[in-house]
Design a protein around this ligand. Structure first.
Ligand SMILES: Cc1ncc(COP(=O)(O)O)c(C=O)c1O
Length: 399
């Protein structure tokens, strides 16, 4: 069987063509689920509640007992935003929509079509449907030519590495971003477009592998609570054990859980978990023809079994430790720019841990002259001089 190596953005833990998944397909009991697609919102199959309880609800984030399946990451976020807007308006009104709300919504007018917003972060990616795209700020090509909501955007921390060398700078950077979050919430409230929800990825993925500390997220959660905004955690990329725990937000040790956690990718089905308060107050408010896809939930059921039986999350944690150690060691390797602006990879070739004057090996000899002064990009405080033309150089590290 051909593994479609380039078709799979999120690599599932169990790998390609796992026998447990093939068994699901070959089991005649499952034939009807695969052949007859159910419109889950109106004609769900008899066993769907049990299937969802045994699969999705068995991995529900703590404090979020409700789940809604969807087809993809974008429609999971898009519908999560809707659930947040319903919650926010019901809270403002103290109940369900009035006759005036219903009438005005038909003309896209207030109060039925309210001026509410979702706050997102620069560098974030939440999908390509209209609401999601207004929260996506990773690459312009995703957004250009598409009308966007005027919703607040806060900066996401740009941390300096190695983290242990810049604790004060990074704490300052995170505080700066959180101050901006609060300023934006207050500014949009004054403008009559209050922030109903804050959406954030635990690790910005599409936007460039950007991280923030658990403290940043705890304080962000605190701001959401303080200002009455829902805290939406987009785990489309990080969920299903990608980072070690089943959900990346578990690293944060929040006092109160996120209000909504969205998922897709490794989970095979899209969807979102949510707090009881976010359950829509009427049928068809969160609805589309399919509302997800039961065969995907069936496959997820098998994936979760394999993850548990084979202790795959332990493997992820162990691999994470090895990877992190390797990456930490790589921090003493630098990309260097030479006079002709080509890049050369320099690797520390001595076993000395002292970063004073030591010997380095340059893997690619692309400089024009052996005496070129090198400008280190990755470690800007370092000045380096090359002393040999054979690839062995002496690096002088400045304070
Ligand atoms: C964090 C995040 N959210 C949402 C999405 C959108 O998912 P989809 O492409 O399934 O619509 C992605 C896709 O890469 C993502 O990485």
């Amino acid at each position: 069987m051909k593994p479609s190596g380039f078709a799979c953005i999120p690599r599932e833990h169990q790998g390609y063509n796992h026998p447990a998944l093939i068994d699901i397909l070959q089991d005649p009991e499952n034939m009807s689920t695969f052949v007859n697609r159910s419109a889950l919102g109106i004609l769900p199959p008899l066993d769907i509640v049990q299937l969802i309880s045994e699969s999705l609800l068995s991995v529900a984030p703590q404090g979020l007992p409700q789940v809604q399946t969807m087809a993809c990451g974008s429609c999971s976020n898009e519908n999560a935003f809707k659930a947040v807007f319903f919650w926010y308006r019901n809270k403002q009104r103290g109940g369900s929509a009035s006759h005036e709300d219903l009438e005005s919504s038909m003309l896209n007018q207030m109060p039925g079509s309210p001026d509410l917003s979702i706050l997102s972060f620069m560098g974030g990616f939440h999908g390509r449907t209209l609401g999601c795209l207004s929260c996506t700020h990773s690459k312009a090509i995703h957004k250009v030519d598409v009308p966007a909501f005027d919703w607040p955007i806060a900066p996401f921390p740009h941390l300096r590495y190695p983290l242990n060398e810049y604790p004060a700078e990074n704490a300052h950077e995170e505080s700066r971003c959180l101050e901006q979050v609060e300023e934006q919430i207050e500014a949009y409230s004054r403008r009559g477009r209050p922030v109903a929800g804050i959406v954030v990825e635990p690790i910005q993925a599409e936007g460039g592998d950007n991280h923030a500390s658990p403290d940043f997220f705890r304080r962000l959660r605190g701001l959401a609570t303080k200002h009455g905004c829902a805290f939406i955690c987009d785990e489309v990329q990080t969920g299903c054990g990608a980072t070690g725990p089943f959900w990346a937000h578990e690293y944060w040790n929040l006092d109160s859980p996120p209000d909504v956690v969205t998922f897709s990718k490794r989970m095979l089905t899209g969807g979102f978990f949510f707090h009881n308060e976010f359950r829509p107050d009427a049928a068809y408010r969160i609805f589309n023809t399919w509302m997800g896809d039961p065969p995907k939930v069936l496959l997820l059921h098998a994936v979760l079994r394999v993850i548990r039986e084979k202790h795959l999350l332990d493997g992820t944690r162990r691999a994470g430790v090895v990877l992190l150690k390797g990456l930490t060691q790589l921090q003493v390797c630098c990309w260097v720019a030479v006079g002709n602006s080509q890049f050369v990879f320099a690797q520390h070739s001595s076993s000395q841990s002292s970063m004073q004057t030591s010997s380095w090996r340059f893997s690619t000899l692309r400089w024009q002259s052996a005496s070129d002064r090198l400008n280190f990009m990755a470690a800007s405080s370092i000045e380096a001089y090359l002393s040999g033309s054979d690839g062995i150089g002496t690096i002088v590290l400045c304070d």
